[in-house]
Ligand binder design. Structure first.
Ligand code: Q0Z
Length: 298
């Protein structure tokens, strides 16, 4: 999709990571969207820019909690080889410091759903941490919990693991720091989102070490692709919660008769337009700034 004159280091479902030089990477978010684990053939215009703008804003909000890998999202400050690509990169790409990533998916949850719910149904807890009985899909947890996972191959699901398993992989000291930072990021994010009528059900972080050995927040942060955002006014434990960003897509897919196998169907223009509006609304509601001002600033 984005054909840059740089080595492609990794490709996620909807993003790409390029090597800029020994110390820097370029993270590019596409407008692609996945639903029910399938990347759909129809792009949602500006989705990549909304997610990038949100990450950059959150990095700033979290600067007193944890340092981050962002160097710049301004295309004019990108290396000169990327100048011819500025128009396609604008708003949706971040020049980052290269980190040595910690091989743990750092997840925090304040509400029970997804793989946490599955774990709870099978064990009465998540990642070996016991929880009270009687919780249902969407229940608020008594307190936010660190539920680490190990990274799976592309297309597969991460596997929830116990805190002890994390200690085995990275040692007790780093495990404790991962848990502390993940919960601090979640708690800050959830508090801020709740003030804007959005529940942050859970979030996944990636942390790495910089050349000085400091633990740094990498990747994207507190975006609708790395977190579950729910409209607070639709929250009703006991059923699947409506998604802040993807509900129009899910509703249309559910009614379409699609069997959830790839490739998914093309989306109608009105579903694309309403979904784009939800992403832009999430950006504007959370940040208090216009999405246009984000694009202009890059
Ligand atoms: C992030 C990922 C993908 C996008 C590696 N600053 C960094 N330093 C070293 N590695 C990473 C980062 Cl962000 C890194 N990922 C996840 C995969 C597209 C992000 F295909 N992997």
């Amino acid at each position: 999709m984005t054909d840059l004159p740089l080595p492609l280091l990794a490709r996620g479902k909807v993003r790409e990571l390029y090597e800029v030089d020994a110390d820097h990477l370029l993270l590019v978010a596409s407008d692609r969207l996945s639903a029910y684990d399938v990347v759909l053939p129809t792009a949602v215009p500006d989705k990549g820019a909304v997610l990038t703008g949100l990450s950059v804003w959150w990095f700033d909000q979290l600067a007193d909690v944890v340092p981050n890998h962002l160097v710049t999202a301004r295309t004019s400050e990108f290396p000169a080889v990327l100048e011819p690509y500025a128009a396609q990169l604008r708003g949706r790409s971040m020049l980052c410091r290269r980190l040595t990533m910690v091989p743990v998916e750092c997840v925090a949850r304040g509400y029970l759903t997804g793989s946490g719910l599955k774990d709870y149904a099978q064990t009465g807890g998540i990642c070996g941490e016991p929880l009270p009985p009687g919780l249902v899909d969407g229940s608020r947890l008594p307190e936010s919990v660190f539920t680490p996972a190990t990274k799976a191959a592309v297309g597969d699901h991460d596997e929830n693991v116990s805190y002890d398993a994390v200690v085995q992989v990275v040692g007790a000291e780093l495990a404790a720091e991962l848990r502390r930072l993940t919960l601090a990021v979640y708690d800050r994010g959830a508090r801020l989102a709740a003030e804007r009528g959005i529940l942050l059900a859970d979030t996944k972080l990636e942390l790495g070490h910089d050349t000085a050995g400091t633990l740094v927040l990498g990747d994207e942060v507190l975006t609708p692709d790395s977190s579950r955002f729910w409209p607070a006014d639709g929250w009703q434990p006991g059923r699947a919660q409506p998604s802040y960003d993807k509900q129009f897509v899910r509703d249309w897919l559910d009614a379409s008769g699609w069997d959830r196998t790839a490739p998914g169907p093309e989306l109608p223009v009105e579903v694309v337009e309403k979904t784009r509006a939800k992403y832009v609304q999430a950006y504007e509601l959370l940040t208090g700034s216009s999405f246009d001002s984000w694009l202009r600033s890059t």
